[in-house]
Write a protein that binds this ligand. Structure first.
Ligand SMILES: *Cc1c(COP(=O)(O)O)cnc(C)c1O
Length: 395
């Protein structure tokens, strides 16, 4: 009898030996700036809860009310009997917010990215993709029969070379994350849009790490970089800044969205987003559209953290995004970053270390994520924990 268990145990042991085994720390509280684990209370600096909406009273109230008004589950895909007026309202609100013609909801942004390419790009087409794009874009692109071209991260010269190589294709699309999550760097969207225009390509931006909090109106990277009217397709998540529950979307021209409703497999063959989640997301979107206060607070927190950490002698990747990578370069960096994160947890601050293969060899880091829910005292406590951990780790 084939012994699968034995083989898999060996694989798991290899993962452990390589120091790549991921464990899951269990929270005993709701998601927030302050959480607790079995080890006690801790300040949370590793969630995508950028605007602090994951436990915002207005979001909770809307979700609670929806439970009574709309029930718990839909038990159906959208086209059978899984569409409530609530779902349509969220799609309309997202389109209005993003300044697009129409929007289609998916169970997650992973599903949105998994569904969009196969429908729009076939054998005669070309997809030109940044090498550091999110796994869901990579997988979604693989599902299409289009020719695939990859360009170096944010490298416009290489993008142009790939566009030239793809010249004979019928439809062409340049695909990029709006923000690269390991660095907090923006995609160079103005340059991408220029090149796309010159070579007759569309532009698709996955703005999951930006929607709701980047740009004056929170409309994301295209707004921040002044190209909102030049990006053809936007995908994004409801699972980060916009309440952080779950759900994703594709937003763009009316006909694209209409065709996705006919053909996108994760839309046709997966359950409708739960009403509670749709109602909470609508409330989150309302908050984001009606006030810049949380965005301003987030920006202030990120700037304060970057300034204090630089003053304390830590090496940061430059930028303005609330993702702030604290770098531990060199051959010993992975070990140092991991030891730092462990020591910080003992100081009551929860951060996560990333090393190869998630980031390049020798570029280990602790990725700090600020939230509007952090107070100034929280930000200062995080910096103090970094300093204390540096002492404890002896570096
Ligand atoms: C988080 C993320 C996703 C996945 O979003 P889910 O809604 O959780 O599936 C997709 N793309 C990017 C760029 C992301 O950062």
């Amino acid at each position: 009898m084939y012994d699968l268990r034995e083989e898999l145990s060996a694989t798991l042991a290899e993962i452990r030996a390589a120091g790549l085994y991921k464990t899951e720390r269990q929270l005993t509280t709701p998601q927030s700036a302050h959480v607790a684990t079995a080890k006690g209370p801790t300040l949370n600096f590793c969630a995508n809860n950028y605007l602090g909406l994951a436990d915002h009273p207005a979001v909770l109230a809307a979700a609670r009310a929806a439970l009574d008004e709309w029930g718990f589950g839909m038990a159906s895909v959208r086209f059978i009997c899984g569409t409530q007026t609530l779902h349509t309202r969220l799609e309309r609100q997202l389109s209005e917010f993003l300044g697009t013609e129409d929007t289609i909801l998916f169970g997650s942004c992973f599903d949105a990215n998994g569904g969009v390419f196969e429908v729009l790009f076939g054998e005669s087409d070309a997809i030109i993709s940044d090498e550091l794009n999110h796994a869901s874009l990579i997988d979604g692109i693989r599902l299409s029969k289009a020719a695939r071209f990859r360009y170096r991260n944010r490298d416009l010269a290489d993008l142009e070379a790939q566009l030239k190589a793809a010249a004979s294709a019928r439809r062409k699309v340049v695909v990029t994350d709006g923000v690269f999550s390991m660095d907090g760097y923006f995609a160079p969207l103005p340059g991408i849009c220029d090149l796309a225009e010159r070579y007759g390509a569309m532009v698709l931006v996955d703005d999951s790490h930006a929607v709701g909090f980047i740009g004056d109106g929170g409309r994301g990277t295209p707004e921040r970089l002044g190209v909102a009217d030049r990006v053809d397709l936007i995908t994004g998540t409801l699972g980060k800044a916009l309440g952080g529950a779950s759900g994703g979307y594709v937003s763009g021209p009316r006909e694209v969205i209409a065709l996705l409703r006919q053909r996108a497999r994760p839309y046709l063959f997966s359950n409708s987003v739960a009403p509670v989640v749709v109602a909470g997301s609508l409330a989150a979107l309302d908050l984001v559209s009606s006030s810049a206060a949380a965005r301003d607070q987030l920006r202030t927190n990120a700037a304060l953290f970057r300034r204090l950490m630089t003053e304390a002698g830590f090496e940061l990747l430059p930028g303005e995004h609330p993702i702030v990578p604290v770098m531990f370069p060199g051959p010993d960096g992975a070990r140092t970053a991991a030891a730092m994160a462990e020591a910080m947890l003992a100081e009551g601050v929860y951060v996560v270390a990333f090393s190869y293969p998630v980031v390049p060899q020798g570029r280990a880091r602790i990725r700090v994520q600020l939230s509007a829910a952090h107070s100034e005292a929280d930000v200062r406590a995080c910096v103090a924990a970094f300093a204390a951990a540096r002492e404890a780790v002896g570096r």
